[in-house]
Design a protein around this ligand. Structure first.
Ligand code: GRF
Length: 197
C-alpha cells in the first residue's frame, strides 16, 4: 500500500501514520506529501522524514483544473494507491476523485454526519459540540466525494463529553483518538477487513 498525503497545516495525523509505517505496525509506505501551504508543518515533517513533497496550490497553479491535474500527476508519478487527507483544507478536485475512485480518505474531528460540512473544521467542530450539549463526540474516517464530509463512513471512535470539557480539552482528546483511528482504519483496509469500492 503506497500512501499519498494531502495536508494543509500541522500534519500530526500524517505523522502518526508515518510513525506506524516506520515502526512496522502498518504494512504501508508513505511515498509523497502534497500541501497547498508552502509553510505547513506537514511539508516540514515530510522533509524531516525524507519523503518527496510538493507545494501545489492556487499560487503554483492559478487554474483549478490545472491544479487538480497536477495533483493527480504527482500521485500517479509516485504510484500512490491510497490518498489520505490529513487536515487538508481544500476540496479535492474531480479529476483526482475520478482517477482514484473510492480511494481518497479523510478524517474528521467529529461524529459525522453531525458537525460536518463547509466551515466545520478545527475548533469550530468542538465549539458546536459543546454548544449543542452533545454527550459524545469523536472522530470519523470516511471516503471522500465531491461534497465536504459527505462520503461513506468507514470507521468512528467516540469519546464522552465531560461537563468540565472545553474546546481545548476536546480538541486534544479527539486528536489523540484520530491518530489511533486513522492508523487502525488503514490497517483494516490493508488486511481486507474494510473493503474500498
Ligand atoms: C484534524 O483534526 C483532522 O480531523 C482535520 O484537521 C485536523 C488536522 O490536524 N481534518 P493535523 O494537521 O493532522 O494535526
Amino acid at each position: 500500500m503506497r500512501l499519498g498525503f494531502l495536508a494543509s497545516h500541522n500534519g500530526s495525523n500524517m505523522q502518526a501514520i508515518i510513525d506506524a509505517c516506520r515502526a512496522g505496525r502498518l504494512a504501508a509506505s508513505p511515498v509523497v506529501v502534497i500541501s497547498n501551504n508552502a509553510d505547513s508543518g506537514a511539508l516540514q515533517r515530510a522533509r524531516n522524514e525524507g519523503i518527496p513533497c510538493y507545494h501545489l496550490s492556487g499560487r503554483t497553479h492559478p487554474d483549478p483544473e490545472d491544479l487538480d491535474r497536477e495533483i493527480v500527476d504527482v500521485l500517479l508519478k509516485h504510484d500512490v494507491n491510497l490518498t489520505l487527507l490529513a487536515g487538508y483544507m481544500k476540496k479535492v478536485g474531480p479529476v483526482t476523485l475520478a482517477t482514484f475512485p473510492g480511494h481518497v480518505l479523510n478524517i474528521h474531528p467529529g461524529l459525522l454526519p453531525d458537525y460536518g460540512g463547509p466551515g466545520m473544521y478545527g475548533r469550530r467542530v468542538h465549539e458546536a459540540v459543546l454548544a449543542a450539549g452533545a454527550r459524545t463526540t469523536g472522530a470519523t474516517v470516511h471516503v471522500v466525494d465531491a461534497i465536504y464530509d459527505n462520503g461513506p463512513v468507514l470507521a468512528v471512535r467516540e469519546t464522552a463529553v465531560q461537563k468540565s470539557d472545553t474546546v481545548e480539552t476536546l480538541a486534544r482528546r479527539v486528536l489523540a483518538l484520530e491518530h489511533a483511528l486513522y492508523t487502525e482504519t488503514i490497517s483494516r483496509i490493508i488486511c481486507g477487513e474494510i473493503r474500498l469500492s
